[in-house]
Design a protein. Sequence first.
Length: 358
Amino acid sequence: MSNVIHLNVPSLRPSRDTRLAAMIRSFAEARRFGDDVFWLKENAELLNILECTGSRVPLSALAPHEGFYAQVEKRIEFFPQYYRFLLSICLDLEALGMPGDKAAALVEWAHQQGLAEAELSDLQRAEARRLMQRRGVDPMAHDGGLEARLRRFIARSETFAMPNKKAAYELTHIVFYLSEYGRVDPQLEEAAVTSLEFAGLLAYLDQNADLLAEICVALRFAGRTPSPIWEGWLERETHRFSMTTGPEVAVQDDYHDYFVCNWLMSVSGKDAFLKDTEADRCRFTRATPYAGPLRDISECMFRLDEARSSDWTAMRGQVEDAVSEIGFDILTEAQQSSDKFDAFFEGFARTTLREAHA
């Protein structure tokens, strides 16, 4: 006979719904205020992740946004320069269950005002199109070359073999828009997948969890399975975030890293947003990562000057000697994470101009 006594003690941990409601309230009411563009950015990002991952959000959790939703027409009329943020928040609130149908009228108004025509970049035009198409309006219907230009940009893999965070983030967002945030096959050319691999290698060598998480999400939206080395590291980093609550905590923090790491957890079938969050002003802090070897590798290659080669086999010894012990481990893992490492290094070495004139 067993002497083990089982006690049905209820868990003291907040439920998923409670955690989500607290996080939504923190970002809606406690960190910043509605006339701050950073408030728009933070809340648009959070709601977008919840919406595109199909998260079930209790209607009561959206209550902190009722005031915003009630006044959204006034905001977009006075702040048309922020129309993409405003449309995104409104569309996602309705998709998550907020009663009302304001987004359709806002989209039509933004289209009539020609707001997408005021965009300078194809990336911004693509975002505007993606948002408005959610209510059946295509503001770029007259620009038949937009998608071709976006695809041409992401298919130029050599762009992404060199450190350029702006280009890498544009790459991931183009894939997000082409895939409608994972809803359709973006039908990427193999060269575009290679671009994601190259950008991922740079992000891993830099230990940039924010960028690498976006790259892994983009790869999954493209129907590819990211390197388990990358995703394993990101899962560990996700659990290492800490939160500090209080009226005086600084909010120039790592919230975006926290968002996209948890987004990847959700997209890859793992539990997301497990950290307990209070409905108060909250600071998100990523645990201090090891310094990635990217800078040391770049400086080593630059100093080699004429002795620099695009052949990784020839350069490996000198590069490995130039990095720290931890950097060596990260570099070794990077090589193991992708069968495109040698091709990546050819572009990273930047010897093509010299070779062209040899």
